[in-house]
Design a protein around this ligand. Structure first.
Ligand code: FE
Length: 205
């Protein structure tokens, strides 16, 4: 995030403690010539604007349209995702978990905020929040209800705890009535939350 578009940017001494620490560190490192602020802005811009859930949505849509690709994704998600050009930081070791009529998958990082940046971009604030991180494990069904996802009581919920070594991408079920859609149109139904497991793919309009 650049300084200008921080919603709480009023005055330097109003930063929350973490932002203040990050800002202080950035100043020290750039004063010492250890980092280039322009390079940091470029990295942030990349993850905020160029890499986002639209990447993951393409992976999901391909899997819906191409059974061989779906199989590849099951066996070696890292390679299957990289084949579409999505590689890099926090996406080095990926696993795709497929929702089925019997099983719904939900992703969390209980320890911190590990997240598959290469396919989803930066994590939403709630993903990093302590309540989500603990309750996703203790009461996944309740968490899903809060996200507006009501699953049949017979549907099992599997919770996947991300780590620095392994990140998960949920492959939601293809919505009913989407048989005639193109791959591009299908990608438009795949939301970020559907790929975290806190949502479902949208219905075709
Ligand atoms: Fe983490």
């Amino acid at each position: 995030m650049t300084h200008a578009d921080e919603p709480d940017h009023h005055h330097d001494n109003h930063y929350d403690p973490m932002t203040a620490r990050v800002r202080a560190l950035e100043t020290i490192l750039s004063d010492k010539g250890l980092i280039d602020p322009a390079a940091i802005d470029a990295i942030v811009d990349t993850y905020q604007n160029k890499i986002g859930p639209q990447n993951g949505a393409k992976v999901v849509a391909r899997a819906w349209c191409d059974d061989a690709y779906a199989d590849w994704l099951r066996e070696d998600a890292t390679a299957a995702i990289a084949s579409l050009g999505f590689t890099g930081r926090q996406g080095e070791h990926m696993r795709a978990v497929f929702n089925t009529p019997d099983t719904h998958n939900l992703v969390v990082c209980t320890l911190c905020s590990c997240y598959p940046w290469s396919v989803l971009g930066l994590p939403p604030v709630w993903y990093k929040s302590p309540p989500y991180r603990s309750r996703a494990v203790i009461d996944p069904r309740g968490v899903l209800e809060e996200f507006g996802v009501s699953l049949d009581p017979d549907v099992k919920i599997r919770v996947w705890d991300s780590t620095a070594e392994l990140r998960y991408l949920v492959i939601p079920m293809r919505p009913q009535g989407s048989e005639d859609l193109t791959e591009d149109a299908l990608a438009g139904l795949v939301t970020r939350d559907a790929m975290i497991g806190t949502g479902l793919a949208g219905a075709p309009s």
